[in-house]
Design a protein around this ligand. Sequence first.
Ligand SMILES: [Zn+2]
Ligand SMILES: [Zn+2]
Length: 296
Amino acid sequence: MVTRHVTSRGAVDPTGRIELIIAQAPELAPWLQLYREVLALSAHPGWEDAVASIALATDRAADQPLLTGAAIPLDRALATETLRRLLTAASDQPTEDASATRAASHAAELGAPFAIQAAINQDAAGLDAAAVALDLAPTALAAIAHLAAIPLLRAAHRALATAITPDWGQGYCPLCGAWPAVAEVRGLESTRHLRCGRCGADWTMPTLWCPFCGEHDHAQLGSLRAEVPGGSHQAETCLTCRGYVKTMTTLRAWPAEEVPLADIASVEWDLAAMEREFARPDRSAMPLNVTIEDAV
Ligand SMILES: [Zn+2]
Ligand SMILES: [Zn+2]
């Protein structure tokens, strides 16, 4: 029997949801165990301290995300501990080269702030350089650095959500510039909300509008669709850019920590879309140029 973990707000808490997903799809356990570590690390008050002193750029263009050009002071010890704990957790997994990730965990203090900065900026060259510094395979570090950036980005969203342009209108995240992880078709009004899997931002976009290339010619837009208990589930596809976004009906907004879980729990839709030669964009929408500085 599967136990539901219910929080005081009535939602299923993320830890309980992780257990449910692992029970249904054990092959997802390695990533989910790392994500559980991210949730534990997110409770550290140092993330709120970092974003309390954030310096936003004042010369952003209207279509640039809020963090573009921002300088974020971050406690080096917290960055190091975050990267080290994720590397250690990965080294415990049979899918990883344990000796490599264990060695890298000892070296994390050399490059943790830079690795987190490169992940926030979706800077592939920067992540490659950080991987060389840590003597790790670039793909292994990129996955972990992306997770290590989440606590800081979520804290930034909590602190800065009210500063986000309300009528944003772009397909990428208004705070951190990531492409949407998933879309919600929410509530009785069926409003389409795109959700960021990193910072948790939530922004609206009209239906039948491709978030990746702006296509809104209905003839170019389609969907792979199925009815599931409690609503429908689909991948919305674009013939112009071959992009797709997974879309789920929801009654109310997912909390930020639920967004990556909704994404990974619907991996069969990624496979269905990829079989038809649709793909998520493999590059960021525009450079973010965030700088992580040593907190003094
Ligand atoms: Zn974001
Ligand atoms: Zn498109």
